[in-house]
Design a binder for this molecule. Structure first.
Ligand code: OOG
Ligand code: NI
Length: 450
C-alpha cells in the first residue's frame, strides 16, 4: 500500500517554496519578514497574557508560517485549473468578492484550508482574482486580450500530470508531492519577457493597469506574500526606517484592545524591468503587504462592521481624509471591546475546549462554565478577506489614474461556472467549527444538557 503525503504537509512545502522564491525575487519581502519577526517577538515579550493565550489555543506555532498571497487570472479555464492545483494542497475556494464596485475589473475568491486542524497546521491562503473582460468598454481590446490569453498555458504539463494522478489516487506520495511543488511553483514565477509588444502593453495600460498586468505576461506571477503581525501599527511605523514606504492608512477596523477581523497595509514595489518583444520597458507588478488578524465576526457583528465602515468613509469623503482614524474609532466605539461580551452578544465566533477542572454539579449556562474555568472559549481567527480592504490594497499599487468606473455588477454565477464549483460560505465554516467544538467540550465535561 502506498502512503500519501497529507495535503497540509504539501501546502506547507508549497508556501515555504513560494516564500523562498519571492524573497529571492523581491528583496524587500525579506526585509519585511525580518521586521515582522522583530515586532512579533517584542509583542509577545511585552504581553505574556497574549503569548500564553495563543500558545494554549494552538495559535503560536502557525504564526511564523502564516502568510497569504495573491494572483490574478485571465480566463475561466485558468481558474478551473488553479482550483484543481490548490485542491491537491487542501485549499478550497471560500467566499465570493466583487471588486467591480470599487472600479476594479475582477471578481475573486480565496483558496484556503477549511478544517480546524488544517487551519492550525498552516492557514496559507491565496486571494485569487479573475479578470472580467466583459466589463471592458473597448470591445476590440477585450477581444484582443482574450485572444492573447487563449494562447498561454499557466500550469505546466508536469503539474497537470501530477494533479491528474492526485485526483485518481486520492493523493500524492512524498516523492510525487515534492515534484508537484516544484512544478506548481512555475505557475507563480515572475517572467521578465512579456508576451506582448510595447504598443499593445500601452494600450492595455490605458484601459486599466490591472488588465495589462494579467494579459501581458506568461503567467499569474504571485504579486505579494503577506506575513501576519501581532502589531500592525508598530510595523507600519517602523517601515520607513527599513527603507519601505507604506500606504497612508491601514485598511479595516481601527486599533482596539480586542482585534477583530483583519487589518492590512501595503507598500508599492519598485518598477521592474520588462522586455516587450525585445524592447526594454518596465512594469510595476509586485508589492508587499502585512496583516493583523483578529476574531471572526458573526453575521450580526459583520453587519455592524460594514455599517461602521461605510459611515466612516462617507464622513471622511465630506471632511477630507485627515481625521480618518478619529472617525473610524468613533464609528466603532459602540462595538464591545472584550472577548467575553462579544461572545455573550453573539457578535463573534469562538472555539470551545474543556479543561481538566472538574465541576461539582451541573452548570446553569455557558457563562457559568466559562467563569468556573472548566470551559474555555478561544476566539476563532478570521481566515478570510474584506472586499473594501482588498479594493484599497489593489488601488494602492495601481495608482490613482486607474480609478475606473464600472457598472457594479457582481456575477457570482459566472464566477462559479468558471470555477467549476460553488464557493464555500465562510460564515457556515465558522459556525460549524463553533458548534462542533462546543458539542465535544460539553460532552467531555458531562454538561451536554447545555
Ligand atoms: C489582491 C488584492 C487583495 C488582500 O489582501 O486583500 C489582497 C491583488 O492585488 O491581486 O491581497
Ligand atoms: Ni493581500
Amino acid at each position: 500500500m502506498t502512503t500519501h503525503m497529507h495535503p497540509d504537509k504539501i501546502r506547507t512545502l508549497f508556501s515555504q517554496a513560494m516564500s523562498d522564491m519571492y524573497r529571492a525575487e523581491v528583496p524587500q519581502y525579506g526585509t519585511l519578514m525580518e521586521l515582522v519577526r522583530d515586532v512579533n517577538d517584542a509583542a509577545l515579550k511585552e504581553n505574556p497574557a497574549l503569548k500564553s493565550r495563543l500558545e494554549a489555543a494552538g495559535e503560536l506555532d502557525r504564526l511564523d508560517v502564516e502568510r497569504h498571497g495573491a494572483i490574478r487570472l485571465g480566463t475561466a479555464q485558468e481558474l478551473a485549473a488553479i482550483r484543481r492545483m490548490f485542491a491537491v494542497m487542501g485549499m478550497f475556494p471560500v467566499s465570493y468578492y466583487d471588486l467591480s464596485v470599487a472600479g476594479i475589473p475582477v471578481h475573486s475568491t480565496a483558496f484556503r484550508p477549511v478544517e480546524q486542524a488544517s487551519l492550525q497546521a498552516n492557514p496559507f491562503r491565496v486571494f485569487t482574482s479573475l479578470l472580467r473582460l466583459d466589463l471592458v468598454e473597448d470591445r476590440a481590446l477585450a477581444e484582443k486580450s482574450e485572444q492573447i490569453l487563449s494562447k498561454r498555458q499557466i500550469v505546466t504539463d508536469g503539474a497537470f500530470a501530477l494533479i491528474d494522478m492526485a485526483e485518481k489516487q486520492g493523493g500524492l506520495t512524498e516523492e510525487q508531492a515534492h515534484k508537484f511543488v516544484q512544478e506548481a511553483l512555475e505557475t507563480f514565477r515572475w517572467h521578465r519577457d512579456a508576451t506582448v509588444d510595447a504598443q499593445t502593453y500601452e494600450q492595455l495600460v490605458a484601459a486599466h493597469r490591472l488588465i495589462a498586468d494579467v494579459v501581458s505576461f506568461k503567467g499569474p506571477h504571485i504579486n505579494h506574500l503577506t506575513p501576519r503581525t501581532l502589531d500592525i501599527d508598530a510595523v507600519q511605523a517602523q517601515m520607513p526606517s527599513r527603507g519601505i514606504a507604506p500606504k497612508a492608512v491601514i485598511e479595516g477596523p481601527p486599533r482596539r484592545k480586542t482585534d477583530i477581523l483583519l487589518r492590512q497595509t501595503s507598500f508599492k514595489a519598485l518598477d521592474e524591468e520588462v522586455l516587450f518583444q525585445g524592447v526594454a520597458g518596465s512594469h510595476t507588478a509586485r508589492f508587499g503587504e502585512i496583516e493583523q488578524r483578529g476574531v471572526a465576526l458573526t453575521p450580526a457583528g459583520r453587519e455592524f462592521y460594514d455599517k461602521a465602515l461605510t459611515q466612516t468613509r462617507d464622513a471622511a469623503s465630506k471632511s477630507g481624509a485627515d481625521n480618518y482614524t478619529a472617525l473610524l474609532e468613533a464609528a466603532f466605539s459602540a462595538l464591545p471591546d472584550d472577548l467575553e461580551t462579544l461572545r455573550q452578544e453573539r457578535l463573534a465566533f469562538f472555539r470551545y475546549r474543556a479543561t481538566d477542572k472538574t465541576l461539582a454539579s451541573k452548570a446553569e449556562n455557558l457563562s457559568e462554565l466559562i467563569a468556573s474555568g472548566a470551559l474555555i472559549a478561544d476566539p476563532q481567527i478570521y481566515e478570510d478577506f474584506l472586499p473594501v480592504s482588498a479594493a484599497g490594497i489593489f488601488q494602492s499599487n495601481l495608482g490613482a489614474e486607474d480609478q475606473s468606473n464600472y457598472s457594479a455588477s457582481a456575477n457570482q454565477d459566472a464566477f462559479e461556472a468558471a470555477l467549476g464549483t460553488k464557493v464555500i460560505d465562510e460564515m457556515a465554516l465558522y459556525a460549524q467549527i463553533e458548534i462542533d467544538s462546543l458539542t465535544a467540550a460539553l460532552a467531555q465535561l458531562g454538561q451536554s444538557h447545555l
